[in-house]
Write a protein that binds this ligand. Structure first.
Ligand SMILES: Cc1cc2nc3c(=O)[nH]c(=O)nc-3n(C[C@H](O)[C@H](O)[C@H](O)COP(=O)(O)OP(=O)(O)OC[C@H]3O[C@@H](n4cnc5c(N)ncnc54)[C@H](O)[C@@H]3O)c2cc1C
Ligand code: FES
Length: 262
């Protein structure tokens, strides 16, 4: 897949309330993809001009298809949920792969902890698949209605622990309550999820004195570095702009937690 291409929808099914699992087959073979990269999905409704950023959840072995798992958040993802294979609406236009992705080499051979919250869980699957390391995977869901999506997929590549806010499955509480309850020790963390979770992961990594690589899935506009709609403050002076700001869409979405002011 090179930049903007058309892709056939092969599968698009609801796997939990309002959460969809979609496989698409771009007309061109996919380039090498780093876990944690994302694509922008264009919509047919012309009032929804901007591509919707969605993390690459998985890529098939011969790199001819990729998977995204998304929650219906608004009009764009609702439109996506209506796409059916082989019905004339079964094509999407996508842009990507975009962003940097998780640094696999930092965790190789180490005790790694992969933490995902809610709709931040999808990019952990390709990461878990590709990472050659000991993997403890902690995933957090709101309740038993959503608990479980991608859990079995992840269990092929590491030990999975679940936390739910209402305690209906696994540890009652958040992902870090599960980490503490299970006494999980790690040399390095990879995480993706809502901002409050990422702030807590950053504080936890600092407390333990270990590095953490976090994916910031904040709101985006252009998705390709042109609009500055996604900047985050960093402690590094940006090589190109000479200021302490980075664009999440092109410099990220993955950053070392200590580098960003979140
Ligand atoms: C790098 C990146 C990767 C992402 N990966 C995934 C993924 O794998 N699966 C998934 O379900 N979602 C993911 N998201 C979020 C997804 O992009 C938004 O949910 C989607 O763009 C919403 O589009 P919409 O037209 O349906 O809703 P809109 O009408 O655009 O928005 C509906 C509501 O959702 C809120 N919203 C929109 N975008 C975000 C966001 N990024 N974070 C928090 N709230 C938001 C809006 O404020 C609004 O309240 C990702 C976002 C980024 C930046
Ligand atoms: S979304 Fe436009 S610069 Fe990042």
């Amino acid at each position: 897949m090179k930049r903007r291409v058309s892709a056939e929808v092969i599968i698009n099914r609801e796997i939990a309330p309002a959460i969809y699992d979609m496989w698409i087959q771009p007309v061109q073979k996919l380039p090498e993809i780093n876990p944690g990269q994302f694509i922008g999905v264009f919509l047919k409704d012309k009032s929804l001009l901007l591509p919707r950023p969605l993390s690459i959840c998985e890529v098939n072995a011969d790199r001819t298809a990729l998977r995204i798992v998304y929650r219906i958040a608004g009009a764009g993802t609702h439109e996506m949920s209506l796409r059916r294979p082989n019905d004339g609406l079964g094509y999407v236009t996508v842009l990507g792969p975009l962003g940097n992705g998780f640094p696999l080499e930092k965790g190789e051979g180490k005790r790694t902890l992969l933490i995902g919250g809610g709709i931040g869980i999808p990019p952990l699957l390709e990461l878990a698949k590709r990472l050659k390391a000991e993997k403890q995977i902690v995933v957090g869901y709101q309740n038993c209605n959503t608990a479980g999506f991608l859990q079995r997929d992840l269990a092929q590549y590491g030990t999975v622990h679940v936390a739910t806010e209402d305690g209906s499955v696994g540890t009652k509480g958040n992902v870090l309550d599960a980490v503490r309850q299970k006494r999980i020790e790690a040399d390095l963390i990879y995480a993706c999820g809502p901002m409050p979770m990422l702030r807590a992961v950053k504080a936890y990594a600092q407390e333990k004195g270990i590095p953490a690589y976090i994916s910031l899935e904040e709101r985006m506009a252009c998705g390709v570095g042109a609009c500055l709609g996604c900047v985050v403050k960093t402690n590094q002076v940006h090589h190109h702009t000479n200021v302490n700001n980075a664009r999440i869409c092109t410099d990220g979405p993955v950053f070392e937690a200590d580098e960003v002011d979140i």
